[in-house]
Ligand binder design. Structure first.
Ligand code: KG4
Ligand code: ZN
Length: 335
């Protein structure tokens, strides 16, 4: 018998619903992005995001069921992100999920957003099984995770200040490219020289695999200030490429070190920053030198989506980890 999960995601600025079969196959994955709405503010405005989720959540859920050709009756469980994320945004998806679970009597499965990002790899590679090392880099997180099993994780390294995606967004704003920064910097960097400016690559002396991106951000801002003072022209592609190279270098260096430390032959990428073209290609070529295979999901499964939530929910459902109807949003939920 197939197991069908209705997945719901609303932790930030994407309203998304999916139907996932047996934790591996996407029957539908409807994503309504609010990017255009937040663009003019240079970032996500939490209250606007919540209001938009309220408007979109039921149409998006209905569309996901329709596209999958699955009546609600045929769904086995409802999986929903309950943290981390923006509290008002999370509450919209969570409340919809709870209402559906209550009225249908179907089980509710609360999903950790980061667990969802990792699970995107199971959708891309239906044969993939743990263990492996996963680099989760998004707007809010930069974690190196040892994925022991479908539900057991060990954090090997994480950012001590800004997340990688946050750094992309801040630098993009500083050089006038706009929001969201990652895809724009990625695009401009392709035309630039990545050795034009040598920005710092932080490595902690205690041998830790943690990241720090705030010094890099300051270094780019200082460089821009110097150019402004001397009246030199800002070469946006060169700055984008040099900044991106500094981020990619540390993400690749620490993730490969983590995989070697754990004796893992596989590295998976996850989260919005995993969509970065240089991160994907450089992780692959560097890891190859150590005999390590690199996996990454399709672009649409890297950024926020409900298919990854439906997938993670399946594995929690299979091991009987069902949530109560008193499940609350936890904005700072730990992995
Ligand atoms: O996973 P995600 O959609 O949302 C969070 O959970 O945060 O990640 C969004 C982040 C943003 O900071 C965005 O700038 C970044 O992912 N991002 C990228 C790229 N595409 C999205 N960063 C670098 N290169 C990209 N191509
Ligand atoms: Zn995310």
């Amino acid at each position: 018998m197939d197991t069908l999960i209705l997945g719901i995601e609303s932790s930030c600025d994407e309203t998304s619903a999916s139907v996932v079969k047996n934790g591996r196959y996407i029957l539908s994955n409807v994503i309504s992005s609010q990017v255009d709405l937040h663009k003019k503010y240079g970032g996500v405005v939490p209250e606007i995001a919540s209001r938009k989720h309220v408007e979109l959540i039921m149409p998006v859920i209905n569309q996901a069921l329709e596209e999958a050709g699955t009546p609600l009756d045929a769904i086995d469980a409802i999986g929903v992100t309950y943290g981390p994320g923006l509290v008002g945004a999370l509450l919209v998806g969570l409340t919809a999920a709870k209402a559906i679970a209550y009225t249908t009597g179907k089980p509710l499965v609360g999903v950790h957003h980061i667990e969802g990002h990792i699970a995107a790899n199971y959708l891309q590679y239906p044969e993939l099984e743990p263990p492996f090392v996963c680099l989760v880099a998004s707007g809010g997180h930069s974690h190196i995770v040892q994925v022991e099993s479908y539900s057991k994780f060990e954090i090997l390294g994480q950012t001590r200040d800004d997340a990688a995606g946050e750094a992309f967004d801040k630098i993009s704003r500083a050089i006038g490219l706009g929001y969201p920064g990652g895809p724009l910097i990625d695009r401009y960097a392709a035309q630039g020289n990545s050795s034009a400016v040598r920005f710092p690559r932080v490595q902690f002396e205690d041998g830790s695999l943690d990241f720090s991106f705030s010094g890099l951000k300051t270094a780019v801002l200082n460089h821009l200030n110097r150019l402004a003072q001397t009246g030199e022209q800002v070469n946006i592609p060169d700055i984008a490429a040099s900044f991106q190279q500094a981020v990619v270098d540390v993400l690749v260096r620490n993730t490969i070190a983590a995989a070697k430390m754990k004796g893992m032959g596989k590295i998976a990428l996850a989260g919005g920053v995993a969509a970065n073209s240089q991160l994907r290609s450089q992780m692959k070529s560097q890891a190859q030198k150590h005999g390590i295979e690199v996996l990454y999901p399709a672009l649409v499964l890297c950024t926020d989506n409900a298919a990854m939530i439906g997938c993670a929910a399946y594995f929690e459902y299979e091991r009987g980890n069902i949530s109560g109807l008193d499940l609350n949003a936890v904005p700072g939920l730990k992995l």
